[in-house]
Design a protein. Structure first.
Length: 245
């Protein structure tokens, strides 16, 4: 099942056609992989890489709306490495922001699916998601997912290995480099420039400390920097950070 994907990677071809064929064979419509990893320099912090077959317009909207703060797949990954099978019914009603995200995601082809972390052989956080446009997962659909669970997880692990060797180990910059910071990222960067820690920022903004760190990982990728000090310096030079604000 995975041979076309491995073959495409070895030949340096576009991975999307082979990947989508596998994803559809498993009963889903789209694929997403995200990793926050550490660069080899000793003074670095996490950088974020994202690969997805979803439309770039949705990726940009997800980023600018800071949906990472309320995406149930991300929140679950902070608590467990086991796969999360989810749909609109299972996740709605937890909080108003999550409900807004779920409605928007469903309108953009992410109505249900499965999400899980994969093993990384170096300090990193990972998330793999296979998505469906269908809003609900009934018993028959759930049984089908469970039947294919081994292949689904194996796909995630294989893709992770291919991505690490083909992108991260080659020092290729994240695709998000140069993208504009979201309003929330600007807010976090300004507060960091004012001397606040991630815990301080999380308390002030009403979000978890780990979510603040996620924002900084994405921010480092966009700014092309390796740590918070470099981000503040780059943000000040670009007028994003206002001294004393």
């Amino acid at each position: 099942m995975l041979s076309p994907l491995v073959d495409a990677a070895e030949k340096g071809l576009d991975l999307v056609p082979a990947l989508l064929s596998i994803v559809q064979h498993l009963g889903f419509d789209s694929f997403m992989y995200a990793i926050a990893n550490y660069h080899l320099r000793p003074d670095n912090q996490e950088r974020m890489y994202v690969f997805t077959t979803l439309p770039v317009e949705w990726v940009m909207r997800y980023d600018q709306q800071a949906y990472v703060e309320c995406d149930p797949r991300v929140l679950y990954s902070f608590q467990s490495a086991l796969p999360l099978v989810w749909d609109q019914a299972s996740e709605r009603g937890r909080n108003p922001r999550t409900d807004v995200y779920l409605e928007d995601a469903a309108a953009n082809g992410v109505g249900s699916g499965i999400a899980f972390s994969v093993y990384a052989g170096f300090p990193a956080r990972t998330l793999v998601a296979l998505n469906s446009a269908n809003y609900a997962i009934d018993d028959a659909r759930r049984q089908h997912i469970m039947k294919n669970l081994g292949d689904i997880v194996l796909l995630g692990q294989f893709f992770h290995e291919l991505f690490v060797k083909g992108v991260i180990e080659k020092g290729i910059a994240p695709l998000s480099q140069g993208a504009p910071l979201s309003a929330r990222e600007r807010q976090c960067l300004q507060l960091a420039a004012n001397g606040m820690t991630s815990a301080d920022i999380g308390g002030k903004l009403g979000i978890a400390e780990r979510t603040v760190n996620f924002h900084f990982s994405n921010m480092f990728s966009k700014l092309g920097v390796l740590n918070r000090h470099e981000a503040i310096a780059r943000g000040t030079a670009q007028g994003i950070v206002r001294p004393g604000a």
